[in-house]
Ligand binder design. Sequence first.
Ligand code: ATP
Ligand code: MG
Length: 362
Amino acid sequence: MSTTTATSTTTATSSRLTAVERSAQVERAIEQAPQQFRVLTGDRPTGPLHLGHLFGTLANRVRLQNLGVEVMVLIADYQAITDRDSPQNLPGDVLGQVADYLAAGIDPSRAMVFAHSQIPALNQLLLPFLSLVSVAELSRNPTVKEEFVASRARSMSALMFTYPVHQAADILFCHANLVPVGQDQLAHLELTRTIARRFNDRYASEHPYFSEPDGLLSAAPLLLGTDGTKMSKSRGNAVALSATEDETARLLRGAKTDPERLITYDPERRPEVSNLLLLGALCREVSPQELAEQIGDAGSARLKSLVIEAVNERLRPIRRKRRELAGQDDYLRRILADGADRARAIGDVTLAEVRQLMHKSY
Ligand code: ATP
Ligand code: MG
């Protein structure tokens, strides 16, 4: 490993540790006063949501909603065109995503679900925010670099290069202060915090206008897919929430493991086996170590059977609800339209205040 790689790995590990510690502090604050928080988080409509979404962020959104926190769920449809050039699937993917949310427990009478392309004021914040960051800062973003490589595109579009700034607009347009995300999003969130701080310094030094949002990591901030890399819609390594039980079994049977028969939870040395243990443990609500002990030296095949059973059991009610929602497109569209109306009202106020602070009210 080169010195630079070793240094950046150490930096990434320490920033994740800080985020884990901060997440624990935030959890305590939520318990005491859930009404002090507004959550904004979202997903790209690039295909069906998967187990990485559920355990990385979606289950947390539902839990926060049920604790009384105001939850806004954003469908990042402009982000879908950072690395996809055929938008024909977009309407179906967007409605499918709303159905996935509801099936997982998002309640549209409490949470707001909307697509960011429908909120003009949100998108307009991109311009002042772009002026607050440098090209060099954007070039250092590790997640954008990885996503660019995974996309196999020949060149990076300016939209892909700047999408973390757009994400800052997603979060700040509604003054969200809590963002439940997976680990890949921590660099983006740091940029949002920087933008909030710089905006305040430049335009609102006496009374800071934007607050710096906190991330909230789950117990599975980076769930691996069947090939041992981050589970992603775009990598062909994901188990969709809407997959059938047979498909789930087939995909997980093909998951990468190692030849050691004794099953142990050791994420550093045995990432793939540990990932399966974590997945099974999250479904069963036990610890990964407990699950490892149950399997003992029965090997990977036994581990996989157990995980398949656990995943299918955990997803059964979600899948049932998902099937009920299939074909209810008018209902799903109404949820989106209602969410957009509510989000637009919030965005219009923010944009008017931002213009005022920037001396752009003529
Ligand atoms: P794509 O491959 O199209 O980028 P994706 O699977 O990475 O899709 P996103 O829509 O980019 O999904 O991510 C939405 C949210 O889900 C983010 O908060 C992200 O951190 C979280 N997330 C996605 N994949 C995982 C994963 N494997 N483990 C934990 N969290 C995840
Ligand atoms: Mg992604």
